[in-house]
Design a protein around this ligand. Structure first.
Ligand code: GLC
Length: 559
């Protein structure tokens, strides 16, 4: 390990989606008690940090991303005492714990919003974005502008008590906080940030980081879709003043709590220089950012129209986001799954070669530089929901919004089957027991029927399983962390469109990774100075240059 680097660079972070992880009390929803029970599994995988998607009090319109009280725990998940116990349990196992920080908006049931919406002159009247709307020549009132919420429809909602509109970039029940109001700022600092840092958590995943400051004067978004009044891409991401705000977070809060893991959600970003403004060390904002270019290749987050893409494009995207921090003081991270996207084996792998392709993706993840994030279930190759599930099983607010606005077509269904958020949110498959061992009650969301074949218990005892492959891959990552976590990344030429070869290098070693993203065998000439084979997902390698379908190899050459 490198001792002079912050701990979070070498961390392997395991993301827990609380509702679907493990139900400890039999009510059908995962909870903190279940998380406690699952810690050993996470540790045995080789992850050393957990990130909890929100566990705060919430009406659950957007699965906890609508918070009604930052200082309380959703009773579905447990109590504040349970959280204290979880924090100490993690620390006593030498694990770290990171929470989700959702501060672009609160729930419309948060006491701050209830007060703010009650009149135009209460003390919190200005804590959210309020607007009279537009009045036309005939005196008819309409929304202030054409902004479209990320979940579809206008980003403005009429409030009868104030006779004004409020802004919500997500659902109607998620009003955006007005960050210009200094009292609101201070309240967020105390309630959402200091409250939890004082309890000893080790960092935050910062939700929707680029959109806290809205374009001044709420100008209309450019019209890119002439068929709709509301428009996406209103320039509300990366406002110049949002960088000042994140610097303020650092100066006032983060810097007071030692080495925190701070990963900000960058949303849809392709400009690497903008990404660096958030995550360069000297800029003092966050440690790293989640960019969705790679994981969302072919579409945009929250917008499910999927275009075709190729393996060379995918590889280039990985390379770009690996390299953008090289030679700078910035840091990157690597992930292919989270609670907002489809399962990686269905996006980038193969159902025909399910195990091989899940292991190939594990190889890719374990050998990429930056902090690694693994989403629950990814370690056993959990899949998207079955194709025969009807639309009623897609219960996510964003999926429903898309289904409506896309006109309920077969194409829309095909897109949902591939990338809907529901795909990654099905309950964790622990065993072949009823409901996959997730609960003894009635699961809050339908369990994927393939739990009979794909589950932790079955894979745990099988050395050839996806789970045990992940364990080996993460062990290798730790052992050679200089080259895998901190090394430089270079794509090498390959003669086959679906073969990806890259080199990782550090001062003392070079690793070469060979991945065949195809159901077909491939012949490839490999570099001569490739070194020793240290990881492979097939039983035996026939000829050096002959790659079996979805074969993955890692070679190391130590100088
Ligand atoms: C982030 C979360 C997503 C949520 C949205 C609104 O993108 O990851 O799940 O719906 O923010 O908070």
């Amino acid at each position: 390990m490198t001792s002079n680097e912050p701990w979070w660079k070498d961390a392997v972070v395991y993301q827990i989606y609380p509702s679907s992880f493990l139900d400890g009390n039999g009510d059908g929803t995962g909870d903190i008690k279940g998380i406690m029970q699952g810690l050993e599994h996470i540790k045995s995988l080789g992850a050393d940090t957990i990130w909890l998607s929100p566990v705060y009090e919430s009406p659950m319109v957007d699965m906890g991303y609508d918070i009604s009280n930052y200082e309380k725990i959703n009773p579905l998940y447990g109590t504040l005492e349970d959280m204290d116990t979880l924090i100490s349990a993690c620390h006593s196992k030498q694990m770290k714990i990171v929470m989700d920080l959702i501060i672009n908006h609160t729930s419309d049931k948060h006491a701050w919003f209830l007060e703010s919406q009650s009149s135009r002159d209460n003390p919190k009247a200005d804590w959210y974005h309020w607007h009279d709307g537009r009045i036309d020549a005939n005196g008819k009132r309409s929304v202030p502008n054409n902004w479209e919420s990320y979940f579809g429809g206008s980003a403005w909602e009429w409030c009868p008590t104030r006779e004004q509109y409020y802004l919500h970039m997500y659902s109607v029940q998620q009003p955006d906080i007005n960050w210009d109001n200094l009292d609101a700022r201070e309240a967020v600092y105390n309630s959402a940030m200091r409250f939890w840092l004082d309890k000893g958590i080790d960092g935050f995943r910062i939700d929707t980081m680029p959109i806290y400051i809205k374009p001044r004067g709420y100008p209309d978004a450019p019209i890119k879709n002439p068929d709709s009044y509301t428009q996406r891409d209103g320039g509300w991401e990366h406002h110049p003043e949002v960088f000042d705000l994140h610097r303020e977070f650092y100066d006032k809060i983060w810097s007071k709590y030692g080495e925190l893991l701070l990963v900000g959600e960058l949303l849809n970003i392709d400009d690497k220089s903008v990404a660096l403004k958030y995550c360069s060390k000297s800029a003092k904002r966050v440690g790293m950012g989640f960019q969705f270019d790679t994981a969302c290749i072919g579409y945009e987050l929250d917008w499910y129209e999927v275009d075709p893409w190729t393996i060379p494009q995918f590889a280039k995207s990985i390379a770009d986001w690996q390299q953008f921090v090289e030679g700078t003081d910035g840091w990157t991270c690597q992930f292919l799954e989270n609670h907002d996207i489809g399962r990686s084996v269905d996006r980038f792998g193969s159902r025909k070669y399910w195990a091989e392709s899940a292991k190939l993706l594990a190889t890719l993840e374990a050998t990429c530089s930056g902090t690694l994030f693994v989403f629950q279930g990814q370690e056993i190759g959990m899949t998207n929901v079955p194709k025969d599930w009807p639309i009623e099983e897609y219960i996510d607010v964003s999926s429903q919004g898309y289904w409506e606005r896309a006109g309920k077509t077969p194409e829309a269904m095909a897109n949902l089957q591939l990338v809907a958020r529901d795909n990654s949110r099905t309950p964790m498959q622990w065993s072949g027991d009823v409901h996959g061992g997730f609960t003894t009650g009635r699961p809050w969301m339908r369990v994927n029927e393939n739990y009979v074949d794909i589950n932790v218990k079955k894979q745990d005892g099988d050395q050839a399983s996806v789970l045990n492959y992940w364990r080996r891959a993460l062990k290798l990552r730790r052992e050679y962390n200089q080259v895998f976590v901190h090394g430089n990344f270079r794509l090498l030429e390959s003669s086959q469109e679906k073969v990806v070869i890259y080199r990782k290098s550090s001062n003392s070693s070079t690793a070469t990774v060979v991945l065949n993203f195809s159901d077909e065998e491939a012949l490839e000439e490999l570099p001569e100075d490739i070194g020793d084979l240290v990881l492979s997902n097939v039983d035996s390698i026939s000829t050096v240059g002959r790659l079996q379908p979805w074969e993955a190899r890692v070679y190391i050459n130590i100088r």
